[in-house]
Every structure is written in C-alpha cells, then in structure tokens.
Design a protein around this ligand. Structure first.
Ligand SMILES: Nc1ncnc2c1ncn2[C@@H]1O[C@H](COP(=O)(O)OP(=O)(O)OP(=O)(O)O)[C@@H](O)[C@H]1O
Length: 448
C-alpha cells in the first residue's frame, strides 16, 4: 500500500511508549516501544497474546498513563510524563529538575478511576459530555504535559467497544462531530454521509443491537472517521467477523485507510489483515519491537519463532560457514542432521552440529528458513539428490488447506506439507519414522 496517498497531513506520529506495570515483580510488564508513523502510513502491530499491543494503543489514546517516553502527534506533545521531560531538560541544561508532581498524575489517576480497567468501553457519552463541561487545558508543568483522551484528535475502533448501545447508528456517528462543536443538523448530515460511505445509508435509525457484527464494525469505523482524526487506531478491527464478512469489511477498511491522510495503527493477530492493510509491520513481543519492515521482508525473513509460525515457515538460528548453517542446539539437545548433502559424510554423532546446506554462502550468525511445502517425505532415505536429508519421527498430522501438515520430531523439528495422496502412500501416522529432504535452493539464509 505504500505511496498510495496523494494528500498527507501533518508531520505524523513520533512516539516512544514506555508503560510499566509492576516492573521487576512476578507477572510485571514493561512496554518500551518507539513508534514513528508517517502521515498517510498504516502500521500494523503484530504479536502474541500479552505482547503489549493493546497497551500501546491505549497509551496513544490517553487511556493508559505513560511512565516514560512521549507522544507527539503532528508536532503537539500529547503525553510526556515528568520523568521524560526532566530527563530531556536535564540533558540540555546538565541539571536535574525538582519540584512538585505535575497535576497530570492526579488527572490520570482520576481518569482511570472513573474508567474501570482504563477501558474506553466503560465510558458513556454522558461522561464525555460531563467531562467537556469540566474541561481543563492540557496539564503542563516542568516540561511535562498531558492532553486528556477526549482532547486528542484520535479516532479509535476497539474490538470490544464498538458503539454506544442506546444511540442509533446515526447518533453514534454524529456523536464525535457534536462534541467537536458541530451543530446537531450539521453533525447528523456529516454522519449520514459517513454511513453512506460505509454502505449503511439505510441503517441510520437502527440501534447497535439491530445491526450485524459486520455492520456494527462499519458504523464504528464511520464514527472514528467522522471526527476527521489526526491519528486512527484500530484494535483487531476484523476479529469478530465471520470469514465472508471479514473479506468484505477488510476490503472496505483498506479503502478507507487509503483515504485517511494521517497516520494509522492497526493491531491484529492475523497476518493476512496485516499484509492487506498495512504499509509496514512491527512485530511486538514481550513489550518490545523485535522485527520491523514491509510485509515482504518480514514474512520472507522472520526473526522470531512467533513470526515464523505466523507466516508458516520453519525457522532455525545458527552460524553460517559458507554454504552450511550450523544450527544452535535446542534445549532437548536434538541430534544432528544425519546427512547434509550428496557427497557429505553423515554426521552420526549427536555431538556433531545440526547443519543445513544453503545455496547462497554466508558467514556469521544467521537464520535459515524454509516453508513446509519445501519438505519432501520418503519412506526410506532418498539417494543421489543434492538435498538436506534427515530421519524424522511423525509427531502429528492435521489438515492444512488442501494438504496435510505433518509435524516432524527428531534432529530437526520441522513442519512438512504433503498432499493427501502422498500421505496415503506413506501411510503417515504419529510415531512413524520417515525421511525428510529439503533442497538447498529452497532454504533462505540471512544474517541474524
Ligand atoms: N488493566 C491491566 N492491568 C494490569 N495488567 C494488564 C492490564 N491490561 C493488560 N495487562 C497486562 O499487560 C500486558 C500486555 O497486555 P496487552 O493487552 O497490551 O497485550 P496484547 O499484546 O494486546 O495482547 P492480546 O493480543 O492478548 O490482546 C499483559 O501482561 C497483560 O496481562
């Protein structure tokens, strides 16, 4: 999707999100995520459960207090706790900043107290209105700054918070523009236009409970976009939808993201959503970015098991010595690959390194990856072909699209995809011994 938008607005998002919850304690968590998103760019945050993706979105939306770092959107500081402000000023002046805590802390505490679990889903429109009447300017002291959630120009679509249940679809969409000062008629006209744009022009009077999941998602998207947000945050926007609705809604979302001129961030578990919707992927694990890049580079050259599994590759880490990658041993001390290549001596001893032959030479710490479809299975050792071959034990077989995915145990744990016909011929079943082979040309090796 890169380079797809003509009109970009602002300077984008420049954030470093540090959120600490009981750091150092058992079960404690620390998010430490630099995040820059250009105007018009869509970034997908991908990662396993508990990685910190939602925490990152909540911090950006102002629903979670930053413990460090800062959030700058189009040049405006939205959140910079005292610690960060003190550090940057101290760095400039060479002195430490003293003084009372900025009111930001109290404000943040009250906000979170009013919103159990700091979830926006608990906030009713009346609470927003009430807060409007109490509105205070951004809190600023000693370089620290805090802009409350309702004053950030951020559109959010959170998975578990779609719509205000007691408002019609049109009033849900009109809610944001009303809060931003539009008159009732103007806000409703804008909302009607947005409902049209998401294909729901005839559904304006319906309450959320009278909408399907996909329709509710689209109304939520219209509501987020109707405020002309400077930053769009989407948390698992398609997760609740069935396969067919998901396909349509994804295409529609893609279209709207293309039209959005500010930065956008999508949290997803689904690599297809990430690849379809985002210009750039950031893989988050345990509160940190572990890999970043465009879809092609991340999926072709995964750097963690999580992303390798996600994109369906067998991934190994080791040390390259020319055409061989000597693989790190796993905790269970797997034995070596029994034969590297035609002409190679079998590595009989478990002390020998597990190695793969690759076609492009490389030196130093390396990853080696190959898809399950590159693994061929034989009832006995295949002879005469220039391949990596090894003896393996079948540990599981399950359906995978039109094929069967076979999990292999042994010196090299791997997944192999075989056709049902091949599986029948081999009579595959758990516990069975087979020979596995992968051509050197099918293996991608790259620096670790
Ligand atoms: N309100 C909360 N209070 C305390 N800890 C929390 C809270 N919300 C999340 N956590 C913890 O913070 C960490 C990050 O959670 P977060 O929800 O950000 O992860 P995630 O990447 O979005 O996960 P998932 O994919 O499961 O939604 C986890 O260890 C989680 O248990």
């Amino acid at each position: 999707m890169s380079g797809r938008r003509a009109n970009k607005s602002g300077t984008g998002l420049d954030a470093h999100l540090v959120v600490e919850r009981g750091a150092g304690e058992p079960g404690g968590f620390r998010l430490d995520l630099p995040l820059r998103v250009a105007p018009g760019e869509t970034v997908a945050l991908l990662g396993p459960n508990g990685a910190g993706k939602t925490t990152a979105l909540r911090a950006l939306a102002g629903l979670e207090a930053l413990s460090g770092g800062q959030i700058i959107l189009n040049g405006e500081i939205l959140d910079r706790p005292k610690a960060s402000a003190g550090r940057s000023r101290a760095a400039r002046s060479g002195s430490q900043i003293d003084g009372p805590q900025p009111r930001r802390s109290l404000r943040a505490v009250n906000w979170h107290r009013n919103n159990p679990d700091t979830a926006v889903r608990h906030t009713r429109p009346e609470e927003f209105e009430q807060r409007d009447s109490e509105r205070v300017p951004p809190l600023e002291q000693h370089g620290a700054r805090w802009v409350p959630p309702e004053d950030r120009r951020i559109g959010v679509v959170f998975q578990d918070y779609l719509l205000f249940p007691h408002l019609s679809a049109i009033d849900n969409v009109a809610f944001g523009p009303r809060r931003r000062g539009s008159g009732r008629a103007e806000a409703r006209a804008l909302a009607a236009d947005w409902l049209d744009r998401v294909g729901l022009g005839d559904f304006g009077k319906r309450r959320p409970r009278q909408l399907s999941g996909g329709q509710a998602q689209r109304v939520a998207l219209a509501r987020a976009l109707a405020t002309d947000p400077a930053l769009l945050l989407l948390d698992e926007p398609l997760a609740a939808l069935d396969a067919r609705t998901r396909l349509d809604t994804r295409a529609e979302l893609h279209r709207h993201l293309t039209g959005h001129t500010g930065p956008a961030i999508v949290v997803t578990h689904d690599p297809v959503d990430a690849l379809m919707l985002a210009d750039r992927l950031i893989v988050v694990e345990d509160g940190r970015a572990v890999q970043e890049g465009d879809a092609e580079s991340v999926t072709a050259r995964p750097r963690t098991d999580y992303i390798a599994r996600l994109v369906g590759l067998n991934l190994y880490r080791g040390r390259a010595e020319g055409h061989r990658v000597l693989l790190d041993r796993t905790a269970d001390g797997s034995a070596s690959v029994t034969r590297f290549d035609a002409g190679d001596e079998p590595a009989e001893s478990p002390e020998d390194a597990v190695a793969l032959v690759v076609s492009d030479p490389l030196e130093g710490p390396a990853f080696a990856a190959f898809p399950p479809s590159a693994v061929a299975l034989y009832p006995s050792r295949p002879e005469g072909s220039p391949r990596n071959t090894w003896r393996a034990t079948v540990s599981g077989v399950h359906r995978h699209g039109d094929n069967l995915r076979v999990q292999l145990d042994g010196p090299l744990k791997a997944a192999a995809d075989v056709t049902p016909a091949a599986a029948a011929q081999l009579g595959l079943e758990p516990g069975q011994t087979v020979w596995a082979a992968v051509k050197a040309t099918e293996i991608t090796a790259y620096p670790a």
